[in-house]
Design a protein around this ligand. Structure first.
Ligand code: PMP
Length: 415
C-alpha cells in the first residue's frame, strides 16, 4: 500500500470511531408511491419568526410551497382528477385529455398528475403571467395556449376557451360541430364530451377540470387543509387569513374551522383590482364610481398572481358567507412583505403568500391583539415561481411599484 492509501484508511478509521449510530425506529410505511404519493397533504405549519416576535402573537403559515408541484394547487388538482376518475369521466386507457384555464399553479399541478396517471393536459392561460410558469408547464409536457387577458364574458377568455376546447375535443377540425351530435354529460362543473354514435368507453374524452366551479376544489380544503390546521394547532386558532382566486381555499378551510369553533375569524386578503373586498364589505363587487373608472373591470390588475377575482363562482359563493372581514392589500405592501421576510427570516415566498401575511399584520393591528393570539395563513407558493415579475426589481420599477421593505417596519410599529 502506498503512503496515501494508508493515510486514507487511517482517516476513515478515525471518522468511523467517532460515529455512534443511534437506535432507529423502523417504519415500513414511509415509502410513498410516485409523485401522487407525495401529494399527501400534511404540509408543515411554520411560525414566521420576525412577524410573531414583533407583534407578540403567533403568525403561522401552512407551507404549501413544499408540495411537489410547488403550490397549494396540488391538493386541488389531485382531488378534481380523482373525483372525475371515480365518476367515470377520466380513463387512462382511452387517452383522456384534461383541459384547464389557469394563471399557472393549477396547470402545473394538473400537468404533473396527468403525466403520472397517463393523461394528456391542455392548459390555457393569460399571456401576462410570469413566464417561468409557462416554462414549467412545457417541461411537464403539457400543451400550453396563451391568450390575451379578456373579460369573462368574452369567448376567448382563458377559462371559456378551456371549456370550449374540452367540449370539442376529438372532433376532426374540418367537420362542422353541428353535424356531429354531442352527448354532453355535465354536472354543475364537469363537461365530458363524446359523439352519440361512438362507444362511450373507448372514445378519448376531454375533461374540463373547471377549478372555479368544481366543488372538488372546495372539498380538498374542507377535508384536507382545514382538518390539518385544526390538528396542527391543537384546535387553538383565533383567525384564518387567506386570499381567494377560485375561492376554494378560503371556502373549504374557513368552513371547516368555523364548524369546529364559530369564534374563529375568517379573513380575506384581497389584492388591488379585485372586487372581492367590496363584495365582503359592501355586498357588491364594485361601487358605481369604480365601475365607471375601470377599463378592465373583469381583470385583476395587480402584480400579485393567483388571488383576486371579479366574479362570483361556486367556490367564492361558498366562501362569502363565512368571511368575517377583508383587507385590501396594495402591490407595494405585498412586495415590501416579501422582501422583509427574506431579510429577517430567509423565507422566499410568492406574491399571494406575501399578501396573506400583510393581511395578518393588519388584522392583528385592528384587533389590538398582542398576547399570544394565533393566526394561521397559507404560504401558497415560493418566490421561485415569480422571478420574472414579482421578484424582478426591474420589472417592478418599470411598473412603478416601489420596493420598500421598511413599509413593514412602519406597519408593525403602528398603533
Ligand atoms: N396563491 C396562488 C399562487 C394560487 O395559484 C392560487 C390559486 N389561483 C391561490 C393562491 C388562491 O387559491 P384559491 O384558488 O383556492 O382561492
Amino acid at each position: 500500500t502506498s503512503v496515501a492509501q494508508y493515510r486514507r484508511e487511517k482517516k476513515k478509521e478515525e471518522v468511523n470511531d467517532k460515529f455512534e449510530p443511534r437506535p432507529i425506529e423502523l417504519r415500513s410505511d414511509e415509502v410513498v408511491d410516485g409523485v401522487v404519493g407525495l401529494i399527501a397533504g400534511n404540509t408543515p405549519l411554520v411560525r414566521i419568526p420576525s412577524l410573531s416576535r414583533a407583534l407578540g402573537v403567533e403568525i403561522l403559515g401552512k407551507a404549501e410551497f413544499l408540495n411537489p408541484g410547488g403550490s397549494v394547487k396540488d391538493r386541488v388538482a389531485l382531488r378534481m382528477i380523482e373525483d372525475a376518475e371515480q365518476a367515470g369521466y377520466l380513463h387512462p386507457y382511452t387517452g383522456s385529455r384534461i383541459f384547464e384555464g389557469t394563471v399557472g399553479s393549477t396547470g402545473i399541478s394538473i400537468a404533473t398528475i396527468a403525466k403520472a396517471k397517463g393523461y394528456d393536459a391542455t392548459i390555457i392561460m393569460p399571456d401576462d403571467v410570469a413566464k417561468e410558469k409557462v416554462q414549467a408547464l412545457k417541461c411537464l409536457g403539457a400543451d400550453v395556449e396563451q391568450v390575451r387577458p379578456a373579460s369573462i364574458v368574452d369567448k376567448k377568455q382563458y377559462v371559456n376557451l378551456a371549456r370550449q376546447r374540452a367540449l370539442h375535443f376529438g372532433e376532426p377540425p374540418s367537420s362542422p360541430s353541428s353535424h356531429r351530435p354531442h352527448i354532453q354529460t355535465a354536472t354543475s362543473s364537469v363537461v365530458v364530451t363524446t359523439t352519440a354514435s361512438e362507444d362511450l368507453r373507448l372514445k378519448p374524452r376531454g375533461f374540463f377540470a373547471d377549478q372555479f366551479e368544481n366543488m372538488s376544489n372546495y372539498y380538498a380544503h374542507l377535508e384536507g387543509t382545514g382538518p390539518e390546521i385544526w390538528r396542527q394547532t391543537n384546535g387553538r386558532v383565533d383567525a384564518f387569513v387567506s386570499g381567494a382566486g377560485t375561492g376554494g381555499t378560503i371556502a373549504g378551510t374557513g368552513q371547516f374551522l368555523k364548524s369546529m369553533d364559530e369564534n374563529i375569524l375568517v379573513v380575506l386578503a384581497d389584492p388591488e383590482g379585485s372586487g372581492l373586498y367590496n363584495k365582503i364589505k359592501h355586498g357588491v363587487m364594485y361601487d358605481r364610481k369604480e365601475r365607471e373608472g375601470s377599463k378592465r373591470r373583469h381583470q385583476v390588475d395587480t402584480v400579485v398572481e393567483g388571488i383576486g377575482n371579479n366574479r362570483m363562482t361556486n367556490n367564492i359563493e361558498l366562501a362569502v358567507s363565512n368571511i368575517d372581514d377583508a383587507y385590501r392589500i396594495t402591490d407595494e405592501e405585498a412586495v415590501a412583505m416579501s422582501r422583509y421576510l427574506v431579510q429577517h427570516d430567509g423565507l422566499f415566498l410568492g406574491s399571494s403568500s406575501a399578501c396573506n401575511l400583510v393581511a395578518c399584520v393588519k388584522l392583528v393591528k385592528r384587533m389590538g391583539w398582542r398576547e399570544g393570539q394565533r393566526l394561521v395563513t397559507i404560504l401558497c407558493d415560493s418566490g421561485s415561481r415569480h422571478y420574472s415579475k414579482f421578484w424582478n426589481d426591474d420589472y417592478l420599477r418599470a411598473a412603478d411599484i416601489p420596493i420598500n421593505p421598511s413599509l413593514i417596519d412602519d406597519l408593525l410599529s403602528s398603533s
